[in-house]
Design a protein around this ligand. Structure first.
Ligand code: HEC
Length: 236
């Protein structure tokens, strides 16, 4: 072992090289990114005001009434935050990505997956970023905008065939329970479509989402690419 110091130096340089390539260079490129306040043009005066795009009815309106200090991206909290863990545990990320390519690159824009490309700043508040590598199903970065109905999501998770005939997505029935109807039916009991008589619960019973099911849907509804960033504007 006369070359021991050389061996150690080799190991040291290998580690130092990969550390600077993978960690240091990412820190230098992205470490300084912070949430930003978005400015939009006031619809009447044309003046620049802080705000986002908000939904009123089925229309997207520039959010004149947003609190002044609203910054983007928005951190997901509460139920939605817990639902993210379920999303990871259920392996949704193996079939669904959360990253949108810009208009003209692939068909993400045409498919309605997002009006702008996602950039590193979109993910800075996330402890674990779920970019995904495979797109067996559609991208979910903005699913809360595309499909804002919790009822739709419950039906789809219980049996994807209800909402999307021919779907190859697996059902996630264990996120639901069949239970006796109490004094009155639950507001979020599934309304099984008429074409599926065998799926209906027995008389006097109802199918309702479990806590995990509710959290997962809260998470899906929170996924919205409805704000602009200085480095990524909505496509024209
Ligand atoms: C085996 C791959 C696979 C897995 C795992 C999977 N999905 Fe899907 N998913 C699909 C496919 C394929 C579609 C498109 C057909 C459809 O709408 O069912 C889809 C569609 C969807 C849609 C509707 C998207 C749209 O644009 O309409 C949502 C929401 C969704 N999946 C959520 C989930 C969630 C949440 C999980 C985990 C609990 C999950 N998926 C797990 C394959 C998968």
């Amino acid at each position: 072992m006369k070359n021991l110091p050389l061996l150690f130096m080799g190991i040291f340089f290998c580690l130092a090289f990969s550390f600077s390539g993978l960690i240091l260079s990412s820190m230098i490129q992205y470490g300084h990114l912070e949430p930003v306040t978005e400015f939009v043009n006031h619809p009447d005066t044309g003046e620049q005001i802080p705000g986002a795009f908000i939904e009123i009815g089925d229309k997207l309106v520039q959010g004149v009434n947003q609190p002044d200090e609203q910054t983007f991206p928005i951190e997901s909290v509460g139920l939605a935050q817990q639902g993210k863990q379920t999303y990871i545990n259920m392996g949704c990320l193996y079939c669904h990505s959360q990253q949108v390519r810009r208009k003209g690159f692939g068909a993400d824009y045409e498919r309605g997956w997002g009006d702008r490309q996602t950039v590193p700043r979109d993910y800075i508040l996330q402890q674990r970023v779920l970019l995904g590598t495979s797109r067996t199903g559609p991208d979910l970065m903005s699913i809360g905008m595309r499909q804002p109905s919790a009822e739709w999501h419950y039906l789809h998770l219980y049996n994807p065939q209800f909402t999307s005939p021919g779907s190859i997505m697996p059902p996630f029935r264990f996120l639901f329970e069949t239970r006796k109807i109490g004094d009155a039916p639950s507001p979020d009991a599934l309304k099984i479509p008429d074409g599926f008589p065998a799926e209906k619960p027995p008389a006097g019973y109802e199918i309702v989402p479990t806590d995990r099911g509710r959290e997962l849907v809260a998470y899906l509804l929170s996924l919205k690419l409805n704000y602009e960033l200085p480095e990524s504007r909505f496509s024209e």
